[in-house]
Design a protein around this ligand. Structure first.
Ligand code: THU
Length: 146
């Protein structure tokens, strides 16, 4: 189970690297149905970056978001402690905001880490997982019954 810890402020260079990585990941998006490419870049506590893109399917519900692709790649490689995730889409006038399913999957690995939501021009807003999913259900809740 991921431990709760303080959200860490990133060095400006780390933010830039994360932003570039999510933009790069977006290029691999497989989105023939929505035509809505998304890229994500996940920074681990020890400084690694795992990227991901959305991957759709002709059986629509089987599609997966960029954020969850990145998280699944990281966890399957043994990394579960995250500092931040950055998300890029082609939206020009809005910051891309993670869906509810992705917020819940982020929350599995702690509530106090950062989500950088970008616009096409690279500007961003940052919120913690806690801010994006308040009053959440998480792993600790399963410990409360015997
Ligand atoms: N999508 C993501 O990958 N991440 C988000 O934050 C929002 C939505 C994907 C899912 C689907 O492939 C497409 O964008 C349209 O919803």
């Amino acid at each position: 189970m991921a431990q709760e810890r303080a959200a860490c402020a990133l060095e400006p260079e780390q933010v830039q690297q994360l932003l570039l990585s999510c933009q790069e990941a977006k290029k691999s998006a497989y989105c023939p149905y929505s035509h809505f490419p998304v890229g994500a870049a996940l920074l681990t506590l020890d400084g690694r970056i795992f990227s991901g893109c959305n991957i759709e399917n002709a059986c629509y519900p089987l599609g997966i978001c960029a954020e969850r692709t990145a998280i699944q790649k990281a966890v399957s490689e043994g990394y579960k402690d995250f500092k931040a995730i950055a998300i890029a889409s082609d939206l020009q006038d809005d910051f891309i905001s993670p869906c509810g399913a992705c917020r819940q999957v982020m929350r599995e690995f702690g509530t106090n880490w950062d989500v950088y939501m970008t616009k096409l021009d690279g500007t961003y807003v940052v919120k913690t997982v806690q801010e994006l999913l308040p009053a959440s259900f998480g792993p600790q809740d399963l410990q409360k019954i015997r």
